[in-house]
Design a protein around this ligand. Structure first.
Ligand SMILES: C[S@@+](CC[C@H](N)C(=O)[O-])C[C@H]1O[C@@H](n2cnc3c(N)ncnc32)[C@H](O)[C@@H]1O
Length: 263
């Protein structure tokens, strides 16, 4: 999936900062799962817990894990045409496989690969007008399905997701970013958003896990609040090529933070 705040850009920098060894892997804000898929392709994972509060996203991962053939079969019936896109967008399929194919199709053909819903929870991103979006990449879907075999995938709040993390396990937190400016719309991930008090609460969870001997890594924006919350852990600056205005038509290198409970 294309995902707002996807970590493809930072993957090498995150991989270079992994703990030497770890037990189970937890990714409680999985989104597009860039680090999970990276670690999986390197054969670095044993027991894995992938969770997120986005229910349709979680369902899609489960269906791709368990029934990728059906997802591919449904995806092949879709077309990259504007009227057809809006017809699919308005549909509410009853079968999980059809719903998963719909979400992948919308993600690949909508404007900028955004996931956004209105107050009724209905997907409301406009058609993307891409020439040839590859919304049915069979090889990629089968590779994703192989990577997801054996992973535990659930729709959970991050705090519930990490309650069973134990000493020696590894948790990677990639929450919705703290906005750099008051007008920035970085936090429109879910209907509730992720507010300043959520960032504070997350930093408490980070600290609690670290004190229990769990290896914890977190990425976030280079915002004063984040520097302050994690100052004891000495946040490191990394650089990502990101859209630097809200319309996404201007890109540049911006600094972000990686925080680790270990070295
Ligand atoms: C920055 S994105 C993660 C991007 C991901 N690392 C990637 O590479 O695509 C943040 C994710 O956190 C999820 N989220 C927001 N609030 C949450 C919460 N309270 N608990 C768990 N997940 C949450 C959103 O649904 C979104 O998928």
């Amino acid at each position: 999936m294309k995902w707002a705040g996807g970590k493809g850009q930072l993957l090498q920098q995150l991989l270079a900062r992994m703990p030497d060894s770890f037990g189970s892997y937890f990714e409680p804000f999985v989104g597009g799962g860039a680090l999970f898929f990276g670690l999986s392709s390197l054969g670095m994972l044993k027991e894995t817990y992938l969770t997120d509060v986005n229910d349709p996203l979680i369902e899609t991962y489960k269906v791709v894990r368990d029934n990728v053939d059906e997802v591919i079969r449904h995806l092949k019936t879709h077309r990259n045409e504007e009227d057809y896109y809006y017809h699919v967008r308005a549909s509410t399929p009853r079968k999980p496989e059809t719903r998963a194919a719909r979400l992948i199709y919308l993600n690949k053909t909508c404007f900028n690969g955004l996931y956004r819903t209105n107050l009724q929870g209905q997907y409301n991103v406009p058609f993307g007008h891409y020439k040839k979006p590859n919304f049915c990449n069979e090889e990629n879907l089968r590779a994703a399905s192989a990577a997801l075999q054996g992973a535990q995938i659930e729709c959970f709040e991050y705090s519930d997701a990490v309650s069973r993390a134990a000493e020696g396990d590894f948790v990677y937190f990639d929450p919705p970013y703290q906005p750099l400016t008051k007008t920035s719309s970085f936090t429109t991930y879910s209907r509730n958003g992720f507010k300043e008090e959520d960032q504070v609460r997350l930093s408490e969870t980070f600290r609690d896990l670290a004190s229990r001997g769990v290896h914890v890594m977190l990425s976030n924006s280079d915002a004063p609040l984040i520097r302050k919350l994690y100052k004891d852990f000495k946040p490191e600056r990394v650089y990502a090529n990101r859209a630097i205005n809200s319309k996404g038509d201007k890109r540049g290198k911006i600094s972000e933070l990686v925080v680790r409970s270990y070295r």
